[in-house]
Design a protein around this ligand. Structure first.
Ligand code: HEM
Length: 453
């Protein structure tokens, strides 16, 4: 039996009127955990139940790949990089890169993260003194971009961070737009095509220069950063290193996948805390008790469990990647419905995380859901902000560590406040966000500490 669902026209109209995120929620309430949109010959199936997450990402994962649905990302952003590669290339690269993202490796990046967090703290001290309204989403993007670029390419490198960030944003915007708006092929010199090509060449050139500079140096003197580790990684079986194109694509992929998602998570954390004074007070209490005004160390993080619970709850209610898709390479059944070969199956952290069978009062922000006992008692796939199975986000430890640390450094000193009358306009443009940004005023928790400096 085919899953129920609306026709393409009705779906398109609903998305146009209410936005993709909201409209999919309406359809979920109307049709249940599995529904489909008949888009030409390739149906788009939405599957919200944790069992479906388990089936697509683990139990029957061989039947689900990143094929047609990832053409846009592959062709216009990440090339051969890990996010959209498949088959043997993906398997080899994942194995090569996994050791760079284990909890132990991630801990070695802490110092650089702390430097950038502290630098932001200094900036916020000034902004707090001025009392001006600050665009917090932008603040978070800037700090996470700086962190990932530092971790990848080391400090002391002349990389125009803001220009790289803007150029990658143009590439993402172009790829997203191509998916929905008919666009001439790249060789047609329309202004939009030309702008995209120019930005891509700039980003590729900047990375190629970094690699060339490093190659020209004595390998003994190479800094201990991700680029060095990628350059030194060797395939177990063949002993081969990555070629220049692959190095470039993996570097770009990590930048693309690794900063905006984390920035959004931090942005949503400020929003959630400003709205939930009880949780904010518990967080402040833990930070004051454990750190007492000190800059946290890696060891401190273990002693800040509530801070991590806040991050996990933010990722539940506001998962930066609210949907991800897999292409069925053969027929299957999900929740008793037939899934034909070629269907695109859309899984949704945003809605699975609100499934009333698995979450009490799903809309309530409650970090106490994340005590170890309550976490262990839950369906393993009711929570999948980083996807699941073999293609789970390779940066999951990295981003949990980074957000844990950033929140500890910044929430210890600041309590950003929403401006009067602010209501978020949630939207989904690849990642979850607020169309109207997040304007806040930065308030110092201990003004005397700064004054005493
Ligand atoms: C809160 C932050 C983050 C969230 C919510 C997130 C979420 C996700 C999700 C849902 C996927 C699966 C996408 C799909 O299957 O289409 C994914 C994949 C991936 N992410 Fe993340 N991510 C985050 C941070 C990071 C960071 C910091 C890095 C790198 C340092 C990173 C690198 C990647 C890569 C390389 C993949 C592809 C993995 C593969 O297919 O083998 N992500 N992420």
């Amino acid at each position: 039996m085919r899953p129920p669902g609306p026709g393409l026209l009705s779906f398109g109209l609903g998305v146009y009127q209410h936005g993709f995120l909201q409209h999919v929620g309406t359809l979920w309430r109307e049709y249940g955990d599995v529904f489909q949109i008949q888009a030409g010959r390739q149906p788009l199936v939405f599957a919200m139940h944790p069992d479906a997450v388990a089936q697509v990402t683990v139990a029957n994962r061989k039947n689900y790949d990143k094929v047609a649905s990832y053409d846009g990302v592959r062709d216009y952003i990440t090339g051969k990089g890990l996010v959209a590669s498949t088959g043997e290339l993906w398997r080899r690269q994942r194995k090569l890169m996994a050791p760079l993202f284990t909890p132990a490796s991630v801990g070695t990046y802490a110092e650089r993260m702390i430097v950038d967090a502290e630098r932001l703290g200094e900036r916020w001290d000034e902004l707090a003194a001025e009392g001006e309204v600050v665009e917090v989403a932008e603040e978070m993007t800037r700090v996470t971009a700086a962190i990932i670029l530092q971790v990848m390419f080391g400090s002391g490198v002349e990389l125009p961070i803001d220009r790289v960030r803007e150029a990658v944003e143009v590439m993402i915007g172009y790829s997203t737009r191509r998916r929905v708006v008919p666009t001439p092929p790249l060789w047609v010199p329309t202004p939009r095509n030309r702008h995209y090509v120019e930005m891509r060449e700039f980003v590729h050139g900047a990375i190629a220069d970094l690699v060339a500079t490093r190659r020209a140096e004595d390998p003994e003197a190479w800094p201990d950063d991700l680029l060095t580790r990628l350059m030194q990684a060797r395939d177990d079986e063949t002993g081969e290193a990555m070629d220049e194109e692959l190095l470039r694509d993996e570097s770009l992929t990590i930048f693309f996948a690794g900063h905006e998602t984390t920035a959004r998570t931090m942005t949503f954390a400020w929003y959630a805390l400003a709205h939930n004074p009880e949780a904010e007070a518990k967080l402040h209490d833990e930070l004051d008790r454990v750190l007492g005004g000190r800059v946290p160390t890696v060891d401190d993080l273990r002693r800040l469990p509530y801070t991590l619970q806040v991050v996990k709850e933010v990722l539940r209610l506001y998962p930066a990647a609210p949907f991800y898709v897999r292409d069925a390479v053969g027929p299957d059944q999900i929740g008793g419905f037939d899934i034909p070969e070629g269907a695109a199956v859309m899984l949704s952290p945003y809605y699975t995380h609100r499934h009333p069978d698995f979450w009490e009062e799903p809309e309530r922000f409650d970090p106490d859901r994340w005590t170890p006992e309550r976490e262990a008692a839950r369906h393993k796939h009711a929570y999948h902000p980083f996807a699941a199975g073999a293609r789970i986000c390779i940066g999951n430890h990295f981003s949990l560590f980074e957000t844990h640390l950033l929140l500890a450094v910044l929430a210890q000193r600041f309590a950003p406040r929403l401006v009067a009358g602010y209501e978020p306009e949630w939207e989904m443009q690849g990642v979850l966000g607020m169309a109207n940004g997040l304007p806040m005023t930065i308030t110092r928790r201990f003004p005397e500490r700064v004054a005493a400096k």
